[in-house]
Ligand binder design. Sequence first.
Ligand code: SF4
Length: 341
Amino acid sequence: MSASDVVVSAEGLRIWYGTERGPVRAVDGVSFELRAGETLGLVGESGCGKSTLGRGLLDLLPEGSKMDGSLRYQGHDVLAMSTSRRHALRGSDLAMIFQEPLTRLNPLMRIREHFEEALRTHEPGVGKDELRRRSMEVLRRIGIPPTRYESYPHEFSGGMRQRLMIALALALRPAFIVADEPTTALDVLVEAQILEMLHDLRSEIDTALLLITHNLGIVAEACDRVAVMYAGEIVEIGDARDVFRNPRHPYTRELLRSTISLSTTGLHYIPGAPPDLVEPPSGCHFHPRCPDAMTVCTTTAPPVVESAGTLAACWLQSPGAIPAGAEEPLRRREISDADEA
Ligand code: SF4
């Protein structure tokens, strides 16, 4: 791997939008790199900023949203590009696969017309025969018979429609795809097929894939690396196997404990809910829910520390940097305060 393999890189990326109560900091200083042929899983509870980040990377944010920091696509500064240049990138080099394909496919257009529109928008010079040949090739590759080329979206099952979305995204051979919960609405068998298809196609055309999901099982199966998001920040990022085997951040650990598997004997959940992103808690945003929180966590944001290739933002990773007297466990103190009351 070299620097030239990096397809997307973000450094201190922030995305926010205004409300009457103040700015909602949906993405708050996120940094990561994604290389050609690599899949990064983005996990976390709902409301932690995963989808906003995915949309921000593709310039698909709702009107009124603001973004700053650094975002580079194949070395080019995306935030310095003109709007028209950014739009030109989308679709030809960047693509998004959404959770509910039916809302993204036009019910009045045949599959052929969807392909024609996608390809002609980004490659105006493409001829009719070439367009048909490429559309057929992609359809065949994802297991949809070419005889369905003239069908309408409603004539397909949910799994087939998701395949169509993937086919449309891949017809342009994009360098970067964001897939936002692409299998959430599907049954487990179809889910497995879609994941396998994404995996095959990713290796075939060397696409970098950001896979947004709340399902840690999918990440374990389909991703090279994983980024864990909480309250708009990436709190841990590293090799997926390493992170799952040895989570360094308490939020990652609690998420993993909350996952149901065949060996689950009792249900575990993280008490409380992700914070209000207008006024997140001071210090480490996870401190009100963290079983390991210390006094320092309530006042001071933890540094990001690297250990064996994994980055984690937690005071437990740098105990030597905690000011004297601020390492007292918070939960124990709360419990004893409650006892005294
Ligand atoms: Fe928990 Fe403190 Fe680490 Fe935050 S910094 S995850 S509150 S121990």
